[in-house]
Design a protein around this ligand. Structure first.
Ligand code: G6P
Length: 615
């Protein structure tokens, strides 16, 4: 969580950092701050609130000149969001200034030591401890900033991406990473530092992604020196050419990123299977799967680890893998898996699903799985992310940047990749007939068009949203492949509208949630033609007899549910395993419209962050 940006070069740093922070706000947005240095005075301004609040205040407070600068947008861990706890933080002498994404776990013991040595602290943050630790080392060892950072970090337990500069060294910024991402953009005689490449994409396509336990001294005119924090060995910089473009990270005429990303799903799904699904030849080509086919085929079971929406995609995958490829699957919250001493060995395949590729719990879960000998396959969206790199093999979703905090296209593209893998394995194992296999491929190819059709319900979904926007609770029900979709629909509504919502398997309703049903309870029921249709219709009857309000998600042309439900939203027909790709669409739109009507910040819901890089 938290976004960091830095610049050193020949341009004014302020506009670059400000724009960069706006692009990184998805990482956290409870407070923000910027420090600029023109070689004479450090100018620092920070505030609780969003980057726009900072902008308003900063320009009144300080002069914005300086060709060196660092900025931060925060998601609070240690210390409530307020002006003082916002970054950047000064060291006691006022010489060092730092920004930090991550958590210093042993900050309390370090702080006690520093207090004994006479240091004082203004904030409650672990970051202020770190900058003073660096200062202390620098003074004690009479050493340069880079060395002091290195010695200090060797005393630190936790996770960090940091950028720090020294008033006495106006031509250098020192950066380091462990567990939180850090990219360095390389321009002509200028360098950009950021949590991801989006802040500098219009300036350079060349970037270095620091690896864990690496640090770099970035010097104006002189370039970059990368070292291992532990053993001081030099690392040859590996410069990557970025594939990202500006258009992908802008709203492109949509009011919100979330809406843009919902509407991007037809093309995102197409991009996910482009070049992998060759329906004429009835072939699925995925290098990561082919190269490791034996591992998959000999696996005792597949364990899927993920968090949030990605965990829901994992649940859908459980149905797909077991149904088509007949491989036993367990789906685990990464945060639980990592701490419960799981029984796992070299005969297990672990699939880690993560949009950002940076979720701390998922990363820790795969490290644990690897240490026990399991083969780890990553399904990530962000190319070059930590989980992608830590995995033994993997497949990207190729959804393009997802910026809205509520995940949408990541979910459907993850299901697409996982469907491809399951189908490929089913074919290799012979658990699917060649005609069924062909049908699946052809149907998958039709999905982008069908998602487009599903999006046509938008205006109607909006009228439904208007009717139920003031409800205090929602229930979402689904069965089989659409049970995880019910969970995802409820999560979307909670995340952005703050309305309490629960997802349930439709048949479980009678074991508890049915007690909640009265005339004020809207219940979204996924009742597509394939998959336990008659049973779900019975569940709808049960709701009806208790006066609940029913919003049915049905297959086009449905008659039975239409007669019972208060509203029906149609989606095109497809084979059962692919229905989640269509039924999800109206649920995304419903939560979007309700949140918007309630005046909520759709792209930046309270308390949430897009990439959760802390436990
Ligand atoms: C956060 C985001 C969710 C996301 C989850 C897992 O909670 O707000 O949208 O589903 O993290 O993130 P990942 O990047 O691992 O998919």
């Amino acid at each position: 969580m938290c976004g960091i940006v830095g610049y050193i070069g020949h341009r004014e740093a302020y506009p670059i950092i400000l724009k960069g922070l706006k692009r990184l706000e998805y990482r956290g947005y409870d407070s923000a701050g910027i420090a600029l240095y023109d070689g004479t005075d450090i100018k620092l301004s920070k505030t609780k609130g969003k980057v726009a609040d900072l902008e308003e205040r900063l320009e009144k407070e300080i002069s914005t000149t300086g060709t060196l600068g660092i900025g931060h947008t925060r998601w609070a861990t240690h210390g409530v969001p307020n002006d003082v706890n916002s970054h950047p933080h000064y060291s006691n002498s006022g010489d060092l200034v730092i920004i930090h994404n991550g958590i210093i776990e042993n900050y309390e013991s370090l702080k006690k030591e520093l207090i004994k040595r006479g240091y004082t602290f203004k904030s409650d943050t672990d970051t202020e401890v770190l900058v003073n630790l660096i200062e202390d080392v620098k003074k004690k060892e009479k050493t340069k900033l880079g060395k002091a950072v290195q010695i200090a970090l060797n005393q630190v337990v936790g996770a960090y991406a940091i950028a720090v500069f020294d008033k006495n060294k106006p031509n250098e910024i020192v950066v380091a990473r462990l567990g939180s991402p850090l990219a360095i953009g390389i321009g002509e005689d200028e360098f950009f530092i950021a949590s991801d490449a989006s802040p500098f994409i219009e300036y350079t396509k060349n970037a270095i992604y620091l690896e864990d336990e690496e640090m770099a001294v970035v010097r104006r005119h002189k370039g970059i020196k990368i070292r291992k924090i532990k053993d001081d060995s030099l690392v040859a910089p590996y410069i990557q050419e970025l594939q990202l473009n500006l258009e992908q990270i802008e709203k492109g005429g949509y009011e919100h990123f979330m809406l843009k990303e919902i509407y991007e799903q037809p093309s995102a799904i197409l991009d996910t299977f482009r070049g992998r699904l060759l329906s004429n030849e009835a072939i699925i080509k995925m290098a990561g799967v082919e190269d490791n086919m034996k591992k998959f085929l000999n696996a005792n079971r597949i364990i899927i680890v993920a968090c949030g929406t990605s965990w829901h995609a994992g649940l859908v995958a459980e149905y797909i893998f077991e149904d088509l490829a007949r491989i036993p699957v367990e789906v685990e919250y990464a945060s639980e898996f990592r701490y419960r001493n799981p029984i796992i060995n070299e005969n297990d395949v672990v699939i880690a699903i993560s949009q950002s590729g940076e979720t701390a719990d998922t990363l820790a879960a795969i490290k644990l799985a690897k240490s026990k000998g399991a083969f780890v396959f990553g399904v990530c969206n962000v190319v070059g992310s930590s989980i992608a790199r830590e995995s033994d093999a993997g497949a990207y979703t190729h959804a393009g940047p997802e910026i809205g905090v509520a995940s949408t296209k990541a979910f459907t593209t993850q299901i697409t990749v996982l469907s491809l893998i399951a189908l490929r394995l089913a074919r290799a194992k012979g658990t699917i007939s060649s005609s069924d296999y062909r049908t699946h491929l052809l149907e998958l190819e039709l999905i982008p068009g069908k998602v487009k059709t599903a999006l046509e319900s938008d205006a109607y979904v909006k009228t439904v949203a208007d009717i139920y926007k003031d409800a205090k609770n929602f229930l979402y029900l689904g069965r089989g492949y659409n049970f995880p979709v019910a969970l995802e629909g409820a999560l979307k509504l909670k995340e952005i509208s703050y309305i309490h919502a629960e997802g349930y398997p439709a048949a479980e309703m009678k074991h508890g949630p049915i007690a909640l049903i009265d005339e004020n309870m809207p219940i979204v029921v996924i009742a597509t033609k394939k998959g336990h249709y008659e049973k779900v219709v019975s569940n709808i009857q049960e709701i009806k007899s208790r006066s609940g309000k029913i919003i049915g998600i049905v297959t086009v042309g449905d008659k039975q549910v239409k007669e019972l439900a208060d509203h029906v939203i149609e989606v095109p027909e497809t084979i059962e395993s692919l229905t989640p790709l269509l039924t999800t669409i109206p649920l995304q739109l419903l939560s979007y419209h309700i949140a918007l009507m309630l005046g909520k910040n759709v792209d930046q819901p309270r308390n949430l962050a897009k990439a959760v890089t802390v436990e």
